[in-house]
Design a protein around this ligand. Structure first.
Ligand code: PMP
Length: 394
C-alpha cells in the first residue's frame, strides 16, 4: 500500500516511502506473514549460529548478483554497510585512500569500525584512515562543470589520483543515482572508465545500492546495471527490508577472504526476523514484477513532469529513472539559482494536499519522488496535478 494515515484518519499518498525504504509498500501481507511466522520460531541468534532464515536469505540475495559477487555479510543499516565495505577495501588492497563523489551521501556514522581496530586487526588503518578520504568532481549532468561529458569527469578522477594521492588507492564508492544529493543520475558512461582507472590504481569499486537497489530504477535489480559495470563490493540497506532494520554487503570470495582470519561480528546483523522479511521482499519483487512496473510508471511520471516544466519556469530540471525521480526548483533557469524558500513552501503545500514527498539536494531545492514501488499511474497523475496547482498558487 502506498498510503499513510494521520491520527484523524486522513489519507496521504506516500511518495517518499520512509526515505526510500518501504519499497514493496506499507504492511505488505506477504512480508507481514513472513516476519510473523519467523517471530514464532526464532527471533534472535546472532551471526555466531547459522540458521535457516539467514542462510536462505543470503543464498537468494547472492542469486540476484552478477559475476562473482557471492559472499554476503549482514548488518543493520546503510552506514554500517558502507563502513564494512570501506574496511574490506583497505584490508584487501593494503591502501588507505578512498575516493567518493562530491554531493554523495553514504551514511551518518563516524567510522566506528575503525575504533574497534584491535578486534579486526587493522590498527594501521585505524590510526591513519580519517584523513584519507578524497572527494572528486560530481558527474552531474545538470550542475556539473563538464555537463554530461563522462570522459572529462573520468579524466578529472584520474588527475586526482595522479596528483592528489600516492598513486595507489583502496577504493572508490558511488551511488549510480545520488539519493540525498537530489536524485542526480551520474553522467551516462561514467562508471566504466572510472572503474578501470580505480582498479589500475590498485583499488576496488564499491556500488552503494542503498537507495538504487531492489528494482526501483526499473532495470534489473541494481542501479549499477544501468552503467554496464560490475562492482567488487555492493552495499545495500533501506528497501532490502521494507522497513526492517537491515543492511548487507556483498562481495567476491577473494575480497571476503581478508576478513576470514578476523573477528567479523555483528550482533543483530542477519537477525532471523529481518532475514525472513528480506527473503519475502525478494519474492514480492519477483512475483509482482516490480522492475517493469517502476519503468512504466516512472516514464509516465517523467513525461508528465517534463510537460509541466514547459508551463512553470520554476522547474529547472526533471530527472531520474524508474521510481527514483528528482524535480529541481530554481528562481532563474539560466543561473540555476536554487529556489530554496519556494521548495519549502511547496513541500508544506503538497502535504496539505495529501502528498508526502522528499526534499533534498545540496541546496534543499529538489523534490525527491521515490514512493513504494506499488505507486501507480493514477498516483503519478494525482501528484503532478497537485504540484501544478500548488505552483500556480505560489
Ligand atoms: N547510502 C545511501 C545512498 C543513503 O541514502 C543512506 C541513507 N540515506 C545511507 C547510505 C545510510 O543509510 P542508513 O541511514 O541506513 O545508515
Amino acid at each position: 500500500m502506498q498510503y499513510l494515515f494521520d491520527e484523524n484518519g486522513r489519507r496521504y499518498l506516500d511518495a517518499f516511502a520512509g526515505i526510500v525504504t518501504v519499497s514493496c509498500g506499507h504492511c505488505h501481507p506477504e512480508i507481514l506473514n513472513a516476519i510473523t511466522e519467523q517471530s514464532k520460531l526464532l527471533q534472535h541468534a546472532t551471526t555466531i549460529y547459522l540458521h535457516h532464515a539467514i542462510a536462505d536469505f543470503a543464498e537468494a540475495l547472492a542469486s540476484k548478483m552478477p559475476g562473482n559477487l557471492k559472499v554476503v555479510y549482514f548488518v543493520n543499516s546503510g552506514s554500517e554497510a558502507n563502513e564494512l565495505a570501506m574496511m574490506m577495501a583497505r584490508l584487501y588492497t593494503g591502501n588507505l585512500g578512498m575516493i567518493s563523489l562530491r554531493n554523495a551521501y553514504h551514511g551518518g556514522s563516524s567510522g566506528s569500525y575503525h575504533f574497534n581496530c584491535l578486534r579486526v586487526g587493522c590498527l594501521l588503518v585505524a590510526c591513519k584512515s580519517q584523513g584519507e578520504i578524497h572527494h572528486v568532481v560530481n558527474p552531474d549532468p545538470y550542475r556539473g562543470v563538464f555537463g554530461s561529458d563522462a570522459n572529462r569527469y573520468a579524466k578529472d578522477l584520474q588527475d586526482h589520483i595522479d596528483f592528489g594521492t600516492s598513486g595507489k588507492v583502496a577504493g572508490f564508492i558511488a551511488e549510480t543515482i545520488q539519493g540525498a544529493g537530489g536524485a542526480v543520475e551520474l553522467a551516462p558512461g561514467y562508471l566504466k572508465p572510472v572503474y578501470d582507472i580505480v582498479r589500475k590504481a590498485g583499488g576496488v569499486c564499491i556500488a552503494d545500492e542503498v537507495q538504487t537497489g531492489f528494482g526501483r530504477t526499473g532495470s534489473n535489480y541494481w542501479g549499477f546495471e544501468t552503467q554496464g559495470v560490475i562492482p567488487d563490493i555492493v552495499t545495500m540497506a533501506k528497501g532490502i527490508g521494507n522497513g526492517l532494520p537491515l543492511g548487507a554487503v556483498v562481495t567476491t570470495p577473494e575480497i571476503a577472504s581478508v576478513l576470514a582470519q578476523k573477528i567479523q561480528f555483528n550482533t543483530f546483523g542477519g537477525n532471523p526476523v529481518c532475514s525472513a522479511g528480506g527473503l519475502a521482499v525478494l519474492r514480492v519483487i519477483d512475483q509482482e514484477k516490480r522492475q517493469a512496473h517502476c519503468a512504466d510508471v516512472g516514464s509516465h511520471l517523467l513525461k508528465r513532469l517534463r510537460a509541466l516544466q514547459q508551463t512553470h519556469e520554476i522547474i529547472g530540471d526533471v530527472r531520474g529513472r524508474g521510481l527514483m525521480v528528482g524535480i529541481e526548483l530554481v528562481t532563474d533557469r539560466n543561473e540555476k539559482t536554487p529556489a530554496k524558500v519556494e521548495t519549502a513552501v511547496l513541500f508544506e503545500k503538497l502535504r496539505e494536499l495529501g502528498i508526502l514527498v522528499g526534499k533534498g539536494g545540496l541546496h534543499g531545492n529538489v523534490f525527491r519522488i521515490k514512493p513504494p514501488m506499488c505507486f501507480n499511474r493514477d498516483d503519478a497523475d494525482f501528484l503532478v496535478d497537485a504540484l501544478d496547482h500548488a505552483i500556480s498558487k505560489l
